[in-house]
Design a protein around this ligand. Structure first.
Ligand SMILES: *Cc1c(COP(=O)(O)O)cnc(C)c1O
Length: 377
């Protein structure tokens, strides 16, 4: 129940708690031309497409060194031609970061921003998109980890397709646990990373990409190291990353994919996370905490809870005391509301959620924040 290692249990948006066997897979030294390693790279690229499943004829998988943001930057700085124009749908910090990336690269940009507790639906996007000519690419975050809101990427995809634009989805915190039909959603670029729902360790991300879109990105990258087309061309030619690959991270990731299969795949993983989320929300509401989002907009990936209004509640104390007890939760990232976040993803199950809830009750008692709900009533 309590962590058997000195490490905290991570209830965060990633990096996450991983299994011992995933960590053990890293205990090797391999060169970047080693045959075992090249087989691992091939295997990972194939199996990521199989998770969709996405047809190997129409889609490609490109791996890119770096954290998730590097991988998003690779797509934004490679996909949009010099005469293109990007629309970014923003309802949180990760959407805002995509817009900022485009600005850094001098890409012509339109930002449609709504409040952080409002999800993007097809109606909302259609109204905006059809009144603005010239948009060639649309980018949206699937699960906006800022709040935990889930944008309707499939329905939005139909609108983007009707507008004749190319579609980029940051599915960093949802891929591997929430099924995403790239073809039905008309997604050209689907982005995620090693240390989220696949439960690997940090160090690289991946792009599942429509082959036609990828081929059109040839020669238009604005950076050398994040050139998506060149990275793909190199992987196709000889299986190589162009520059030093995160070898141990890739070995761990292959093991993480084995464990995803053993669990029963994307659906089963989603079910475990959903059970975590339900147990968490039930327990937190019992204690007296309020969930920030409306239930129908909330993902099972991460949940924002409003601070207690009890004067004895100070988040930094709450956070520190939980940390000392072995539990890492996450500060809020919302612009206008005081919330903290608790993730339901990683190698954790309901038993760990119950342990966290028990620790939260104890910490609140320690702080003199007695049952918030009783005080309200
Ligand atoms: C985690 C995450 C990222 C990437 O963040 P890094 O810190 O660069 O790994 C991007 N978008 C979303 C929605 C995320 O949850």
């Amino acid at each position: 129940m309590y962590p058997t290692s000195p490490d905290k249990l991570l209830f965060t948006p990633g990096p996450l708690t991983t299994s011992a066997t995933v960590k053990e897979a890293m205990l090797r030294d391999l060169g970047s031309l080693d045959r075992d390693f090249l087989a691992t790279v091939r295997n990972i690229r194939t199996r990521l497409l199989d998770l969709g499943p996405y047809s190997h004829e129409d889609y490609e998988c490109v791996l890119m060194q770096g954290s998730g943001t590097f991988v998003v930057e690779s797509v934004i700085s490679s996909a949009i031609p010099r005469n293109g124009k990007l629309l970014v749908l923003v309802n949180g910090a990760y959407g805002r970061r995509i817009a900022q990336t485009a600005r850094v690269h001098g890409i012509e940009l339109d930002v449609f921003e709504v409040v952080e507790n409002r999800k993007f639906t097809s109606e909302l996007v259609a109204e905006y998109l059809f009144s603005r000519p010239g948009i060639t690419h649309v980018a949206v975050v699937h699960c906006e980890t800022t709040s935990g809101i889930l944008n309707q990427v499939e329905e939005i995809g139909h609108v983007v397709h009707r507008a004749g634009a190319s579609y980029i989805v940051d599915a960093m915190s949802s891929f591997g646990a929430v099924p995403i039909d790239m073809e039905a959603s008309h997604i050209d670029y689907l982005i995620s990373s090693a240390n989220k729902c696949i439960e690997g360790v940090p160090g690289f991300g991946f792009i599942l990409v429509n082959r036609r879109a990828l081929e059109s990105a040839k020669g238009q990258a604005r950076t050398l190291s994040l050139d998506l087309y060149d990275q793909w061309a190199s992987m196709e030619a000889n299986g190589h990353f162009r520059f030093t690959p995160p070898i141990q991270t890739l070995l761990a990731f292959e093991q993480a994919l084995n464990e995803l299969d053993e669990e029963g795949g994307v659906h089963a993983r989603g079910e475990r996370y959903k059970a975590n989320h339900i147990a968490l929300c039930r327990g937190m509401k019992d204690i007296g905490f309020e969930v920030y989002l409306a239930e129908e907009d909330q993902s099972f990936i991460i949940t924002s809870f409003r601070y207690s209004t009890n004067p004895a509640f100070r988040f930094t104390d709450f956070y520190e005391k939980l940390w000392t007890a072995g539990f890492a939760i996450y500060p809020g990232k919302l612009s206008h509301e005081s919330c903290f976040r608790v993730g339901s993803i990683g190698r954790i199950a309901v038993v760990e959620i119950e342990a966290l809830l028990e620790a939260i009750r104890r910490v609140l008692r320690d702080m003199g924040v007695h049952w918030v709900r009783e005080e309200v009533g």
